[in-house]
Design a protein around this ligand. Structure first.
Ligand SMILES: [Zn+2]
Length: 180
């Protein structure tokens, strides 16, 4: 996919019940790429990052809906994998994305949402009506907010567990000596 912005007329999209799906790479999401790069161990910067950029991808689907009351909604679903690094052992740690968002598109100025009787609820977030809503920026924002600042393996790091749990067999070293 190109790194052109994805601009959407969000009211028209909802009215027509449109559907859009695609896949983004980190090349489309420079701020997210920077965040992930900042978590990578320094010694992988020369060659490792290029592979990591290709290892991370974000699939999205966007569905528009207008309900019987004439309210316009956008449903955004994100899935995919980000390559992050455990900040304890610095091993690569894929982070699975599985996110769903519901937005109520409103003509009301969001700053005056309370006055207009529209409040953020648990069911949906407010999204300002726009003829050119930047979908790519929205997706990138949501993914950045979902990405752990300091990812850590749950429980023990595999690396650490091996060091403490499995002592190297002393005879293995001898065997090596005998062979040579
Ligand atoms: Zn770890």
């Amino acid at each position: 996919m190109s790194s052109q912005p994805l601009l959407i007329d969000n009211i028209a999209f909802a009215k027509r019940g449109e559907h859009l799906a695609g896949t983004l790479s980190l090349a489309d999401c420079p701020r997210l790429a920077e965040l992930l790069a900042s978590q990578a161990p320094a010694d992988s910067s020369a060659t490792g990052h290029k592979d990591d950029l290709q290892g991370s991808s974000i699939n999205f689907t966007l569905d528009g809906e207008t309900n019987a009351a004439g309210q316009h909604f956008l449903h955004l679903a994100l899935s995919g994998t980000l390559i992050t690094y455990c900040q304890r052992c610095l091993e690569q740690m894929p982070f699975k994305l599985d996110l769903d968002f519901n937005y109520l598109v409103s003509n009301a100025n969001i700053d005056n949402a309370d006055a207009a009787g529209l409040e953020d609820s648990d069911d949906y977030d407010l999204q300002e009506a726009s003829q050119n809503m930047d979908l790519l920026a929205l997706i990138e924002d949501e993914v950045i907010m979902a990405t752990p600042i300091a990812p850590l393996h749950a429980g023990n790091c595999a690396h650490g567990a091996m060091q403490s749990g499995e002592k190297p067999n002393p005879f293995a070293a001898l065997k090596g000596l005998i062979k040579s």
